[in-house]
Design a protein around this ligand. Structure first.
Ligand code: HEC
Ligand code: HEC
Length: 249
């Protein structure tokens, strides 16, 4: 019993003692007043801030960003919309609410966004972006004739079916693989006639030559580019421990 009591007491001391905490930025007086308005009108019964609150209306943590005008939100509050009731508030309360929503927006993100999710390469541009970034890092330099082939590859949208360093969604072959026949004869025949699900794409001889040079150049630098492609396409490693506790949903 004594041991249990001891545990309980020491745990209480640890829990309630003021161990070093990060001191957040002080809320401006107007924002603090906005918080009072928020509380007295029970906005949190329907809205969440950082995921906490009622679920009748949307989370408002990051609603008032720099590119949003106060008037837009004030109008909803004053006139109501859908299931949102109208609130008759004096101007200074509305301004205080806006100041508060702005300061809450600055306090972090309500919903963590997957990193780089929006910047996945478009298939037809994939090689072009990959190679230009690899050049930026001085991993490779692409000579003129191969660059012409790369331009053609991009404009003819070969990349929508043939993915870099892997088979396509419908098993379109990886044209940089060792087994591929990249000879001028083979390329011009396939492009002229099409094959299987690959449509015919008639090009003149010099265009076929530059595609051939491009594909050969990629094949010659395959290991460097394929390795860089992993880094290029992979999302940054995501660590849950980087999130403040209230960002868990
Ligand atoms: C009864 C529930 C309820 C209460 C209480 C409530 N809201 Fe709402 N609110 C909603 C709903 C539901 C919506 C979504 C309306 C729609 O678009 O259909 C909304 C929308 C909003 C919007 C617009 C959001 C957007 O993305 O355009 C703002 C701003 C807002 N509320 C602020 C407030 C404030 C400030 C208070 C307190 C004074 C408050 N609300 C109280 C339910 C509520
Ligand atoms: C609509 C999707 C699609 C597009 C666009 C496309 N291909 Fe293909 N390609 C395929 C498919 C599917 C095959 C496999 C054909 C088969 O063998 O059945 C293929 C095969 C090839 C082959 C033969 C590969 C080998 O292993 O011998 C070459 C070379 C080729 N494509 C080059 C190109 C080039 C260059 C472009 C751009 C001008 C291009 N493809 C555009 C779908 C496509």
């Amino acid at each position: 019993m004594c041991v249990l009591l001891g545990c309980f007491l020491s745990l209480s001391v640890v829990a309630y003692s003021d161990y070093p905490r990060e001191v957040g930025p002080q809320m401006a007086p107007q924002a603090r007043r906005g918080l009072e308005v928020w509380r007295t009108n029970n906005c949190q019964a329907c809205h969440q801030i950082h995921g906490f609150g009622g679920f009748h209306g949307p989370d408002l943590t990051n609603r008032l960003t720099d590119d949003v005008h106060d008037a837009e939100l004030i109008q909803v509050i004053m006139t109501g919309r859908g299931r949102m009731p109208a609130f008759e508030l004096p101007d200074e309360d509305l301004d205080a609410l806006m100041a508060w929503l702005r300061s809450i927006n600055a306090s972090g993100r309500a919903q963590p966004e997957p990193l780089r999710a929006e910047s996945a390469p478009v298939a037809s541009m994939h090689f072009k972006e990959l190679i230009s970034q690899a050049e930026g890092r001085a991993l490779v330099t692409i000579p003129g004739p191969a660059r012409e082939g790369l331009e053609l590859w991009t404009t003819m949208q070969c990349g929508t079916c043939h993915l870099p360093f892997q088979a396509g969604l419908l098993r379109e072959p990886d044209l940089t693989a060792r087994a591929t026949d990249r000879s001028f004869e083979n390329l011009s025949q396939i492009l002229a006639e099409g094959r299987g699900r690959m449509p015919a794409t008639p090009l003149d001889d010099s265009q076929v030559r530059s595609l051939e040079v491009f594909l050969q150049w990629v094949a010659d630098h395959r290991s460097t580019l394929a390795e860089f492609n992993l880094e290029f396409t992979q999302h940054q490693p995501f660590r849950w421990s980087d999130l403040p506790w209230w960002e868990y949903k």
